[in-house]
Design a protein around this ligand. Structure first.
Ligand code: GRG
Length: 316
C-alpha cells in the first residue's frame, strides 16, 4: 500500500490536521486494494464522524517540539511525513478496536458515532475482517513504501513501531481485564485505573510519544510526554464515563447512559458525577502542567496544551 502522498506543510489548525488525515486515509485504503465488501466496510468506519483525538495528539505533540535541530540529517518534511504515518496508524488501530468492541460477542452495539455499526450495515464476518485489516494497515502505515521514503525514515519508522506495538497489545490486554472485571462482583478505583491505563491510556500514550519521536524529542522531553500522556489518558476515560451519563441522545448518537450496563464499572458509579468531574479536571491539569515543561519556552508547547484544553472542554 502507498500512503501518504508527499510533500506537505505541517497542518497547524485542528481542522487542517483532520483534513490531512482524511486525505491520507483515503489514499491508504485505495492503495490497499481490498476486495468487496471489505473496502466499503473500511471506508464506512474510517470516514464516520470520529473526533480524531489521537491523530490530533500526534500532530499537536509534533508541533510542540522544535525539530529544527535535526534539519541537517532529517529534512522537516520527512519528519512531518512520519507524523502523518503515525497519525494514520493510531486512528486505524483505534477504529479497529471500536469495530470489534461493537460486535455481538463484545458490547453488541447497534450505533457508533451516530451511525449504525459496521456489523449492522455489513455483516459480522465483514466487520470482524474490517477490524483485522485496519489493525494490519495500522502497522503497514508506518513502514509502507513511499515516494519520499528516505534512509532516515526507516530508522524513525522502526522507533515508532517499537513504541506502537506494545501499546497496541496493551489495549487488547485492557479489554480482557475489562471483560474480567464485568464478571467480578466489585471493583476498587486502583483496579479500574489499571484497566484504563491499558485499554484507553496505552494508545493515547502511543499517539503523544510518536508525535514526539517524529519531531526528535530528547529523553527528557519524552519523559515529560509520557507523564502528560498518562494523566490525559486517564482523564479522557473518566470524562468519557461522565459524558456517557450526562449527554443526550443527539450529542452521542445513542441514549444517555446506554453504556451504563448494570455489570459495567465506571468512575461515575465508583465516585459519583461530581467527584468524578473534579478528578477529571485535576488529571487534565496534571497533563497540562507536564506538557508545558517539554519546552523552555512555554509558548512552544502551545499546540499540545491547546489540545488538552480542547479535550477538557469537549461535550461529546
Ligand atoms: C481490542 C476489541 C478491542 C477493544 C479494545 C479501545 C477499546 C478496547 C474499545 C473501544 C470501546 C471504548 C468505549 C473504549 C474506551 C475508550 C474510548 C473513550 C473510546 C472512544 O474514543 P473517542 O471518544 O471516539 O476518541 P471517536 O468516535 O471520537 O473516535
Amino acid at each position: 500500500a502507498q500512503a501518504p502522498a508527499s510533500p506537505a506543510r505541517p497542518a497547524t489548525s485542528h481542522d487542517a490536521m483532520r483534513a490531512q488525515l482524511d486525505q491520507d486515509i483515503a489514499a491508504l485504503l485505495t492503495a490497499a486494494d481490498l476486495p468487496s465488501p471489505l473496502l466499503d466496510a473500511c471506508r464506512y468506519v474510517m470516514t464516520a464522524s470520529g473526533k480524531r483525538v489521537r491523530p490530533l495528539m500526534v500532530f499537536s505533540t509534533f508541533a510542540s517540539i522544535d525539530s529544527s535541530a535535526h534539519a541537517e540529517q532529517d529534512p522537516a518534511e520527512s519528519r512531518y511525513d512520519m507524523a502523518r504515518r503515525a497519525a494514520l496508524a493510531v486512528e486505524l488501530l483505534h477504529t479497529y478496536s471500536l469495530v470489534h468492541d461493537d460486535l455481538p460477542c463484545m458490547d453488541d452495539d447497534a450505533l457508533r458515532r451516530g451511525q449504525p455499526t459496521c456489523h449492522i450495515v455489513f455483516d459480522e464476518a465483514t466487520a470482524l475482517l474490517a477490524g483485522d485489516v485496519l489493525q494490519t494497515l495500522a502497522f503497514e502505515a508506518l513502514h509502507a513504501e513511499l515516494p519520499t521514503f528516505r534512509p532516515s525514515d526507516a530508522l524513525i519508522a522502526s522507533r515508532l513501531s517499537a513504541v506502537f506495538a506494545p501499546r497496541a497489545r496493551r489495549m487488547v490486554s485492557g479489554q480482557m481485564l475489562d471483560l474480567n472485571a464485568e464478571a467480578s462482583s466489585s471493583i476498587v478505583q486502583s483496579e479500574l485505573e489499571a484497566i484504563h491505563r491499558d485499554k484507553t491510556g496505552a494508545l493515547i500514550e502511543a499517539a503523544i510519544l510518536m508525535g514526539g519521536i517524529c519531531a526528535g524529542a530528547s529523553d527528557a522531553q519524552q519523559a515529560a510526554l509520557i507523564e502528560a500522556a498518562k494523566a490525559i489518558g486517564l482523564a479522557f476515560q473518566v470524562q468519557d464515563d461522565i459524558l456517557d451519563v450526562t449527554m443526550s441522545t443527539d450529542d452521542l448518537g445513542k441514549p444517555a447512559g446506554s453504556d451504563e450496563k448494570l455489570d459495567k464499572s465506571t468512575y461515575v458509579k465508583l465516585m459519583g458525577v461530581e467527584t468524578a468531574t473534579e478528578y477529571a479536571e485535576s488529571l487534565f491539569a496534571t497533563g497540562r502542567a507536564a506538557a508545558s515543561t517539554i519546552s523552555k519556552d512555554s509558548d512552544a508547547a502551545q499546540p499540545l496544551v491547546t489540545l488538552i484544553d480542547w479535550l477538557w472542554a469537549r461535550k461529546k
